[in-house]
Design a protein around this ligand. Structure first.
Ligand code: SF4
Length: 64
């Protein structure tokens, strides 16, 4: 699956970077997907980060 962060929704809690630091970084007050890490396979920690993002800014694209 592919992961992306909608910066316009993110309010900078940094929880994604805490839960899945290999995939998410926290930069300039926003969560971002690290360069080259948009394809994450079936990574449970990424799924959890998306589910728990308080602003629902993380999108998972299944089967992509
Ligand atoms: S968990 Fe959500 S709101 Fe928090 S930094 Fe990550 S994308 Fe932004």
């Amino acid at each position: 699956m592919k992961v992306s962060v909608d910066r316009s929704l993110c309010y900078g809690s940094a929880e994604c970077a805490y839960r899945a630091p290999d995939v998410f970084a926290f930069e300039d007050g926003y969560g971002t997907v690290r360069p080259g890490r948009t394809e994450v396979g079936d990574a449970p920690e990424v799924r959890e980060a998306a589910e728990r993002c308080p602003s629902q800014a993380i999108t998972l694209q299944e089967g992509a």
